[in-house]
Write a protein that binds this ligand. Structure first.
Ligand SMILES: [Fe+2]
Length: 252
């Protein structure tokens, strides 16, 4: 049984991992690539830094961390989607947002998953803090925004200044043509995603989230990926994953 105190009408659920091992191993991979003394990383040129993030992300995917994380929180996933079978994103994203005092923001803007892929209405995001996540740099979300009809949200696409299609930045999850919300969502009404130790956040792909601006002094490391209920998968879903060339989703 899930703890009632972690179930929230806001749309976010904090799933307790069945074992500490996956989180521990995840942290080890990140620690091996990113030393604890972050001063050199924080000052690093953006291209070199993104290449390092991709290196760590590639290793995490080679080690099957999407499956391992799903295994840890499987019961919560099944309860949230109301189905025993589901598809998982073949590649997770490693987010490694540096403090913004050092330069340009390394946070993804406000969005819901339908902005960036077909058939994402019933997707569920799994977001796991790895290192350095605090109240001052964590992902933010708009409570209950999953119920805002798509037609009420107006967006405009802008070209990103540094991320090109197919680039290293694009492969670690930065958007080359992000959509910016113009109206339909009260973006002043955001909350920080405070994920308790030993847990992952599960939330609907329709929940407006993003804006994890790093106002702290440490790099924020987290991983995330999407899942799709078996009944929501369609052959027209995102056909392949840019970072790997593999299909975007596979059966868990
Ligand atoms: Fe997202």
């Amino acid at each position: 049984m899930p703890d009632p105190d972690v179930l929230s009408a806001s749309g976010v659920r904090f799933a307790r991992h069945q074992t500490p091992e996956t989180l521990r191993d995840l942290r080890r991979v990140v620690d091996a690539v990113f030393p604890d003394d972050e001063s050199r990383l924080i000052g690093m040129e953006i291209g070199a830094y993104r290449a390092l993030v991709l290196e760590a992300q590639t290793e995490l995917n080679a080690k099957d961390f999407v499956r391992r994380l799903c295994q840890e929180v499987r019961d919560d996933i099944v309860e949230v989607i109301g189905e025993d079978r589901f598809y998982i994103q073949t590649n997770l994203y490693l987010r490694a947002a540096r403090p913004e005092s050092g330069g340009s923001p390394e946070a993804i803007g406000w969005h819901r998953e339908t902005f960036y892929g077909p058939n994402m209405e019933r997707s569920v995001n799994i977001w796991t803090p790895v290192r350095g996540v605090s109240e001052r740099n964590t992902l933010r979300f708009i409570p209950k925004s999953q119920s805002i009809p798509e037609a009420e949200i107006r967006t405009v696409s802008v070209a990103d200044e540094v991320t090109e299609k197919g680039s290293v930045g694009n492969r670690i999850g930065f958007l080359y043509s992000p959509k910016v919300i113009q109206s339909g969502v009260d973006l002043d009404n955001s909350q920080p995603m405070r994920v308790p130790e030993g847990r992952s956040a599960l939330f609907p792909g329709l929940l407006i989230h993003g804006a994890g601006h790093n106002l702290d002094s440490r790099i924020r490391f987290s991983v995330d990926f999407r899942i799709l209920p078996f009944s929501a998968y369609a052959s027209t879903s995102k056909p392949y994953h840019l970072a790997s060339g593999k299909p975007y989703f596979e059966l868990f």
